[in-house]
Design a protein around this ligand. Structure first.
Ligand SMILES: [Zn+2]
Length: 696
């Protein structure tokens, strides 16, 4: 955007929107929009009435002035004289009304704001008013709660028609104070910014108090009480981690998904309840949940007390049945005209995304998994399902939860404008939808690898015996590449339980892993006569046993997932070439390289590739180049320790040192889901262009 004006009205509107968005029971993620109208001076120096309204693609909680679009009211208002208008015509028309160029596309709900005569308007999908909006007796109870100040609009898909209907209803009833849109949301307003905010909060509070007192008086417990008792936290996590990779494999049949596990109190109460089997089939609690949750969750048929094998069998059955049900829903609605106001019928685009797998998976007594193309999107599904549980609880006390019909759901889910947003998203990056676990992540090569993979869209499980170092790295990755993209886990590669626990954490955070980079290392150097047994064992523990333990757990996880995967071992030139005064290190590294070759043999049948990268003399940022090691190496070359870089620089033909980033590039090549899929059992030397045998 070249020119940003910041009128006082807009600044106030941003502040109000963020306050509303801060409470997710008021504004669900991405849902709702706000507006204000003000008198501005336009580029011609003329005074103009401008509608400031939240544009498409932002979330109220984090909006800035740039998230809003200004439209000339003089251009918007004549539309109210029309009787109908197609979505496409409306969007094209609004594109001509911009007060300032370069601002975001107006949302489909823009005219709800434009047509109403109020200076400040909030449109929210608040839980409390949706208790009424999504309930059988909702209209009658909402009238009882709000009296004559309420306008109730039966469900209709957002767009020109809904905006016009609301505007005409208000013309007929100018003293109304709120509008409830059935199965959708709330509209409130005010003459000033403060009055609007106060009205929104007061309306929501009143609905909440009204319904909560009904819930308190009800003789039936919430969700009919418990059907199964929830497991203890530790058992829940164990079983969830056990089944996560299998579930991830099942829902990734068409496109790989990132999973997120959640077992908050509301989730546990719902999934374990008497009513869950009935409620889970009814539909979404708000139209804008649909693209993130689909119309229904998958409620798995399993009872705590049965073993995890039974749960796995139910997950397989459940996903299969869900896919069949979803395909029937697609078929049943594919002839639907998605925009009755368009001149010619509008059907779902043939390339519309329609992965039939569930986005929300509920396990009685255990919790909920959600899926998404990345951790952030899986988190959005989680957040929206929390809202759905809250709305169902309230709506059940108002005569029973109701939702959109299948046809209505389909019309929203496959709405051409929603699909347009999906298509406008930038192409996915190389490591998108992939999870890579890195050992020794806090070190030079480890952290360079994590950065390299995260930069190209990957999710990172940063493990290290140095938890603080791994946490620092994960924080950096989350800050630079998107929240939720990395987790830090303490792992001692020589400890069986610690390795297992790290993979469990990866399963709970992301559903599983796709790549494992074994990089944890150490360095020790001594003539054989001075090598202690402890030193010998330590090298073998970390470099041979440690790589075995991580690989074994990695294989188990990848095989459970059933979608292939890869392992990359970071070895050393010492694995191939004798290293003077480093027998323990070099032989253990040789074992590591041979382990990789053996695993490449075993992995082929499961689509698991295992390759090795051999770095030579990486100095910068490397933790193994501590002072002792540096001294030893320096004495090998007969130079002072601080001249070591110089020696290595001279060795390379290009005159450059080997950096951790160079190793990371080689690791990324083998770890890549696209670039090296036909290679296994290989060794790639990264030696600066000089054969590793030098000097002899
Ligand atoms: Zn809405």
């Amino acid at each position: 955007m070249t020119h940003v004006s910041a009128p006082a009205t807009l600044a106030q509107l941003v502040a109000r929107s963020r306050k509303l968005g801060a409470d997710r029971s008021v504004c669900n993620w991405g849902g709702g929009n706000t507006s204000a109208k003000s008198l501005e001076t336009d580029f011609r120096g003329r005074s103009a009435r401008v509608l400031w309204v939240k544009g498409s693609g932002s979330d109220l909680a984090s909006v800035t002035e740039a998230s809003f679009t200004g439209l000339y009211m003089d251009d918007v208002m004549p539309l109210l004289e029309r009787e109908r208008m197609s979505d496409t015509d409306m969007v094209n028309y609004l594109a001509h009304c911009f007060y300032e160029p370069g601002r975001p596309r107006p949302s489909i709900e823009t005219l709800l704001h434009g047509f109403l005569p109020f200076p400040h308007i909030d449109h929210t999908h608040a839980d409390a008013t949706n208790y009424f909006a999504c309930a059988k007796d909702g209209e009658a109870l909402a009238r009882d709660c709000f009296g004559d100040t309420l306008i109730w609009i039966p469900y209709r898909r957002p767009g020109f028609g809904l905006a016009r209907e609301v505007a005409l209803a208000l013309r007929a009833k100018p003293d109304a104070r709120l509008v409830i849109l059935a199965k959708h949301g709330l509209i409130t307003w005010g003459d000033t910014d403060e009055a609007c905010y106060a009205s929104t909060l007061a309306t929501i509070a009143r609905a909440r108090d009204y319904v909560e007192s009904r819930i308190a008086r009800a003789d039936r417990p919430t969700f009919g009480g418990t059907r199964v008792s929830a497991l203890q936290a530790e058992e829940r996590h164990t079983i969830a981690a056990q089944v996560a990779p299998v579930l991830r494999g099942l829902v990734s049949e068409e496109k790989r998904q990132i999973l997120r596990f959640e077992d908050g109190d509301d989730v546990l109460a719902f999934v374990s309840s008497q009513d869950a089997p009935r409620l889970a089939t009814i539909g979404a609690a708000c139209p804008d949940h649909l693209v993130h949750t689909k119309p229904w969750p998958l409620l798995v048929d399993w009872t705590p007390g049965q073993d995890s094998e039974a749960l796995l069998a139910s997950l397989r059955e459940g996903v299969k049945a869900y896919v069949a049900k979803y395909r029937r829903y697609l078929e049943a609605n594919e002839q639907q005209n998605l925009d009755p106001d368009a001149a010619a019928p509008v059907y779902r685009a043939s390339d519309a995304v329609s992965d039939p797998h569930p986005r929300v998976i509920l396990i009685p007594g255990v919790g909920m998994f959600t899926t998404g193309k990345d951790a952030a999107m899986a988190d959005v599904s989680t957040q929206l399902y929390h809202r759905a549980i809250a709305v169902m609880r309230g709506a059940e006390a108002c005569g029973g939860f109701i939702s959109l019909s299948d046809a209505e759901s389909y019309a929203v889910e496959y709405w051409p404008l929603e699909q347009y947003k999906l298509k406008m998203a930038p192409p996915e990056r190389e490591f998108a939808r992939h999870v890579v676990l890195v050992t020794g992540a806090a070190g030079g090569i480890g952290s360079a690898t994590c950065r390299r993979v995260a930069q190209d869209g990957g999710h990172i499980v940063a493990t290290d015996i140095d938890l603080a170092g791994a946490e620092q790295l994960a924080a950096y990755l989350n800050q630079h590449f998107g929240a939720g993209r990395a987790i830090a886990v303490k792992m001692d590669v020589t400890n069986e339980a610690s390795v297992q626990a790290a993979f469990e954490q990866a399963a709970l955070a992301f559903g599983g892993v796709d790549g494992i980079v074994s990089n944890a290392g150490l360095a020790s150097s001594a003539p054989v006569t001075e090598t202690s047994l402890a030193q010998w064992n330590k090298n073998w523990n970390v470099l041979a046993t440690g790589y075995f333990l991580v690989a074994r757990e990695g294989f188990r996880s990848l095989q459970a997932q059933g979608r292939g995967g890869n392992l990359v071992f970071v070895a050393s030139k010492n694995a191939l070439v004798a290293g003077k005064n480093a027998a323990a290190y070099s032989t253990a590294k040789a074992a590591e390289v041979h382990l990789a070759r053996c695993l490449a043999e075993e992995g082929g049948q499961f689509g698991i590739r295992v390759n090795t990268v051999n770095p030579d003399a990486v100095l910068a940022g490397s933790r193994i180049w501590d002072s002792t090691w540096r001294q030893e190496r320096a004495s090998t070359y007969g130079v002072a320790p601080d001249q070591l870089e110089e020696v290595y620089r001279k060795r390379t033909t290009l005159g450059v040192n080997i950096l951790p980033e160079d190793i990371a590039e080689a690791v990324a090549f083998f770890s890549s889901p696209t670039r090296s899929t036909k290679s296994t059992g290989n060794i790639l030397n990264v030696d600066g262009g000089v054969a590793a045998a030098y000097p002899r």
